[in-house]
Design a binder for this molecule. Structure first.
Ligand code: SF4
Length: 289
């Protein structure tokens, strides 16, 4: 249960229709699929499920890392499901998705970090549903550019890798990640495929300063990152990293302006923005179709 600091007034959301939720959940369970929406307790889940969209989380529901902001289950994961890519295709077809977002837990236990499963899922979607755009939100593959290349060569429309927060907070927020490694991974995508579209995202309200956020945005532009998301961190439970502050809608709007002035093709910045939230719109905002 989410530890509740009293949320500011701007956190208003429609109550999801139970039947819409049940319908999506039944489909996901029938296909033995996980979503980051459910695993990470995403505040937009109700709205997205009602709209018949979700972010599929492949490689199981158990992560090998222990980020302190994240509600995803941690521990020893199961073997990857060989039918998973096909099940993602079937669920995408059933939902009639024209834009599919695929993410995963981090699998530092696998030699390729799960890159093959990403490539198989992208290729299956491209082959079976050529009209559907595919965005992948990838882990850092421990900086393994060979593994990254396996994903990039399948040409997903967008390759997303979140930096999540500012470098000063990595030790307490995402201790197994390395800020420079994440930037280098985004840059490597562009080196491997100059025509690719890259994206990254960060949460605010974890204790960072505005100057640090702007510095991260500058670093991402330095890594030729095209799309950016900035959203408010919400504490999943008492056991997770506390919320240090609630950034106002006006401050989010300013981050958006700063990002566009820096040359991002599109920026989504707002309290309820998440890296996959309304991903298709951001892709369109960048003038892509
Ligand atoms: S790597 Fe961190 S943020 Fe990603 S699923 Fe694992 S614990 Fe969560």
């Amino acid at each position: 249960m989410m530890a509740r600091r009293r949320l500011p007034a701007w956190f208003t959301q429609k109550i999801p229709r139970p039947e819409a939720m049940r319908g999506m959940e039944a489909l996901l369970r029938a296909k033995n699929l996980h979503t980051v929406c459910e695993s990470a307790l995403c505040p937009n889940m109700g709205q997205c499920f009602m709209q018949g969209t979700a972010t599929f989380m492949i490689l199981g529901d158990t992560c090998t890392r222990v980020c302190t902001f994240c509600a995803v289950k941690k521990g020893v994961p199961l073997r990857p499901d060989e039918k998973e890519a096909q099940h993602v295709c079937e669920a995408t077809r059933t939902l009639g998705l024209t834009y599919a977002v695929i993410t995963s837990v981090t699998r530092d236990d696998l030699p390729d970090g799960g890159a093959f499963q990403f490539a198989l899922t992208i290729a299956s979607l491209h082959n079976q549903m050529p009209e559907t755009r595919v965005e992948v939100l990838i882990p850092d593959f421990l900086g393994d550019i060979g593994a990254l290349g396996v994903v990039v060569q399948e040409k997903p429309q967008v390759i997303n890798h979140n930096v999540e927060t500012v470098p000063r907070l990595y030790a307490t927020v995402r201790p197994q990640a390395v800020y420079r490694r994440s930037l280098d991974l985004l840059l490597a995508v562009k080196d491997l495929d100059p025509g690719s579209v890259t994206k990254s995202g960060l949460m605010v309200g974890l204790g960072e300063t505005k100057e640090e956020v702007v510095e991260v945005m500058r670093d991402l532009r330095g890594a030729r990152c095209d799309l950016l998301t900035i959203g408010q961190y919400l504490q999943p439970s008492e056991r997770h990293h506390p919320v240090r502050c609630f950034v106002t809608p006006e401050e989010f709007a300013e981050y958006g302006r700063i990002g566009m002035d820096m040359g991002f093709a599109a920026v989504a910045s707002g309290p309820l923005v998440r890296s996959s939230y309304r991903a298709a719109d951001l892709y369109k905002d960048a003038g892509r179709s």
